[in-house]
Design a protein around this ligand. Structure first.
Ligand code: SF4
Ligand code: FES
Length: 226
């Protein structure tokens, strides 16, 4: 079927999403909860676009194309919604996200540099006991990608989404942390995390066999320079 995105006509297969069509047309659509290795989830609303015939913007990652559809990824209303969504997400963080993260890159491209609204930062102790993975809960934006990576990619089900609203977060095991969970250290969660809430620790940061505790902010800084 044929779909027109930002004036560019593309041929897409049955079942293709608007996001797939937009990427095929060379248009940029911001995403946060989407990872093309996982089934679309439609949780963050960062990918809102305008389509003909729809009264309101629709999420590109979960909306299926129909033949003849026209999509506008730069629609001002959709962009206002998306910028507000990203601003709200940023309000949960204690400080701006590290520049190399997906969240920072989406925010920069949208021109969002901070948040007008005070949010609530997660007050959960860092999980730094695992030798390979560190979890800084206050950086979590509850996109669910780590949970789905663990379930869909690795089939381990070690992570669970918990809480609601500003209290939403992710727990390993039954809140016991990575070390005591079913985690097999595959790193899929760290690989997909758009904020570095979960990072792969480097052994030389210590914390193993009685070494000094890892310095996660230092690890983030190091990763941002690679
Ligand atoms: S830890 Fe990262 S991937 Fe998991 S829900 Fe939070 S922000 Fe998303
Ligand atoms: S990327 Fe589409 S809803 Fe999150």
């Amino acid at each position: 079927m044929q779909v027109t995105v930002d004036g560019v006509a593309v041929e897409v297969s049955d079942g293709a999403t608007v996001l797939e069509a937009a990427r095929q047309a060379g248009s940029w659509v911001p995403t946060l909860c989407f990872d093309d290795r996982q089934a679309p989830f439609g949780a963050c609303r960062a990918c809102m676009v305008a389509v003909d015939g729809a009264a309101k913007p629709v999420p590109a990652c979960t909306t299926v194309c129909r033949d003849g559809m026209t999509v506008d990824t730069n629609d001002p209303t959709a962009r206002r919604v998306v910028s507000a969504v990203v601003e709200l997400v940023m309000s949960e963080l204690p400080s701006p996200p590290a520049p190399h993260t997906e969240l920072a890159q989406v925010a920069t491209r949208l021109g969002v540099s901070g948040s007008r609204w005070p949010g609530v930062t997660h007050q959960v102790e860092h999980d730094l006991r695992h030798p390979y993975l560190a979890f800084e809960h206050e950086l979590c934006i509850s996109c669910g990608r780590c949970v789905r990576a663990c379930d869909e990619v690795q089939g381990t089900f070690a992570l669970t989404a918990v809480g609601r609203g500003f209290g939403a977060n992710v727990a390993a095991g039954i809140g016991s942390g990575f070390l005591d969970s079913a985690c097999v250290s595959c790193g899929a969660c760290a690989d997909t995390c758009p904020t570095d809430a979960i990072t792969e620790r480097l052994l030389l940061d210590g914390g193993i066999n009685g070494g000094p505790p890892p310095d996660a902010p230092r690890l983030r800084k190091r990763l941002s320079t690679t």
